[in-house]
Design a protein around this ligand. Structure first.
Ligand code: NAD
Ligand code: ZN
Length: 368
C-alpha cells in the first residue's frame, strides 16, 4: 500500500477534506502515477455540487493532471516507470469500433466501471480507515498518487513542463481542439464563456485563421487574457438585453462558428441563434445540468445551420495529444496568463471559490 495526500469529496455540497489515504498498487493493465500538478475544471465542480450523474461518493475528483509513472501493473506494455503522462478521462483502447473509426474520439470500452467510480475490474484503489473511496472520471487527479488504466494515459515528451501541460488534460485540449476542427480560415467566430475552455477556443480559432473572434461573458475579468489570445471584440452579456442581435450586428448577419463554453442552456440557444443562417455552426462544449433539454427552430437546421458538440476537443487522447503539446512547445499554443492561481492541495477549496466567483481562468494545485 502507498500513502498519499488527497482532497476527498465525502458528499455533495461539502468542502473537500484534505487527508492521507491509502492507494493500492496497480493491478493488471493499470499504472500508478505521481502527479506533479492538477488544474481545477468546472466539470469537477459538477461532482462537488452533486450535479454529475456519473459519480459515486465518497470520491476523489480531478481530471486535469500531469505526472510521472511510479509503478506499472501486470500486462502494461506501453509505459515504463519514469514516463511522463497525462491522465485521460476519455481512454483510447485502440481496438473498439469507436477507436477504429475516425468519426469519433470517444472510447466506451471502460465507461461502465469509470462511471461507477471503480477501475475496470470493479474495485477502487483508494481507501481510508472507513472503506473505499471512489475514482472520478477514471483520473482522480486531486490525489498526489493515483491509479489509472494504461489505456487512459497519454505518454508525453519529457521536456514539457508538467505544472503547465496539465492543462492539456482538459481545458486547453477541449477549447483548442474544438476550434481547430470547426473553424476555417477567414471565419467570423463567437465564443460564449471565457473560462478555461473558452479562452482556449479563442486561441484555437486564431490558430485556425479566423478573421474575427468575438468573446461573450458576464464578467469583464478575462478580457485582457482573451485579447492576448486572439479575441478581437468583447460583449459583456450583462450590458445588453439582446446578445444575439449584438453578435449579428458585429458579424454582418451571424457567426460562421459559435462556440458555447458555459454549460448554460440559455447560452447554448444563443449560440444556435447567433450562428449565420445557411451554414453557421453552433458547437456546444458546456456540460448541462442532468436531464436538461434544449429547443431550437427546426427550420434553421433545414436551411443549413449545424448544431454539433465536441468532447475533449475531438482529440483521441493517446494518439493525438502529443501533436497538440508539440504546438505548445513550439510556441503556437500559449499557456501564458491562463494559470491565474497556483495553490497547494490544502488550498483547493479556495480554488473552487475563485471559480464560482468567476475570478480564475485556471487554478492549478502543485504537488511538488
Ligand atoms: P469556467 O467556470 O471556468 O468558465 C465559464 C465562463 O462562462 C465564466 O467565465 C462565466 O463568467 C461565463 N458565463 C457564465 N454564464 C454566462 C452567460 N450567461 N453568458 C456568457 N458567459 C457566461 O468553466 P470552464 O472550465 O471553462 O468550463 C466551461 C464548460 O465546459 C463547463 O460547462 C464544463 O463542464 C464544460 N466542459 C466541457 C468539456 C468537453 O469536453 N466538452 C470539457 C471540459 C469542460
Ligand atoms: Zn474538464
Amino acid at each position: 500500500m502507498y500513502r498519499s495526500m488527497a482532497a476527498i469529496c465525502d458528499a455533495p455540497n461539502t468542502p473537500l477534506r484534505i487527508a492521507e489515504i491509502l492507494v493500492a498498487p496497480p493491478q493488471a493493465g493499470e499504472v500508478l502515477v505521481e502527479l506533479a500538478a492538477t488544474g481545477l475544471c468546472h466539470t469537477d465542480l459538477t461532482a462537488l455540487d452533486g450535479l454529475n450523474p456519473s459519480v459515486v461518493y465518497p470520491l476523489i475528483a480531478g481530471h486535469e493532471g500531469a505526472g510521472r509513472v511510479v509503478e506499472i501493473g501486470p500486462d502494461v506494455t506501453g509505459l515504463e516507470v519514469g514516463d511522463h503522462v497525462i491522465p485521460l478521462y476519455g481512454p483510447e483502447c485502440g481496438i473498439c469500433s469507436m477507436c477504429r473509426s475516425a468519426r469519433t474520439n470517444l472510447c466506451w470500452s471502460i465507461k461502465k466501471t469509470r462511471d461507477a467510480g471503480v477501475m475496470p475490474n470493479g474495485t477502487a484503489r483508494f481507501s481510508d480507515g472507513s472503506g473505499p473511496i471512489h475514482h472520478f472520471m477514471g483520473t482522480s487527479t486531486f490525489s498526489r498518487l493515483t491509479v489509472v488504466p494504461e489505456i487512459a494515459l497519454a505518454k508525453i515528451r519529457k521536456d514539457a513542463p508538467l505544472q503547465e501541460v496539465c492543462l492539456f488534460g482538459c481545458g486547453v485540449t477541449t477549447g483548442v481542439g474544438a476550434a481547430l476542427v470547426n473553424v476555417q480560415h477567414g471565419d467570423r467566430v463567437v465564443v460564449f464563456g471565457l473560462g478555461g475552455i473558452g479562452v482556449n477556443a479563442i486561441q484555437g480559432a486564431r490558430i485556425a485563421g479566423a478573421r474575427q473572434i468575438i468573446g461573450v461573458d458576464i464578467s469583464s475579468n478575462k478580457t485582457a487574457l482573451s485579447n492576448s489570445l486572439g479575441m478581437t471584440d468583447f460583449i459583456n452579456a450583462t450590458d445588453t438585453d439582446d446578445v444575439v442581435t449584438a453578435i449579428r450586428d458585429l458579424t454582418d448577419g451571424g457567426a460562421d462558428v459559435a462556440i458555447e463554453c458555459t454549460g448554460v442552456l440559455r447560452v447554448m440557444r444563443q449560440s444556435i441563434d447567433a450562428a449565420r443562417p445557411a451554414w453557421g455552426k453552433a458547437v456546444l462544449l458546456g456540460v448541462e445540468a442532468p436531464g436538461s433539454e434544449l429547443s431550437f427552430p427546426p427550420v434553421d437546421v433545414r436551411y443549413g445551420k449545424i448544431i454539433e458538440g465536441s468532447y475533449f476537443g475531438g482529440i483521441k487522447g493517446r494518439s493525438g495529444l502529443g501533436r497538440l503539446i508539440d504546438l505548445y512547445m513550439t510556441g503556437e499554443i500559449s499557456l501564458s496568463g491562463q494559470i491565474t492561481h497556483k495553490l497547494t492541495l490544502e488550498e483547493i477549496n479556495t480554488g473552487f471559490d475563485l471559480m464560482k466567483a468567476g475570478e480564475s481562468v485556471r487554478s492549478v494545485v502543485h504537488f511538488e
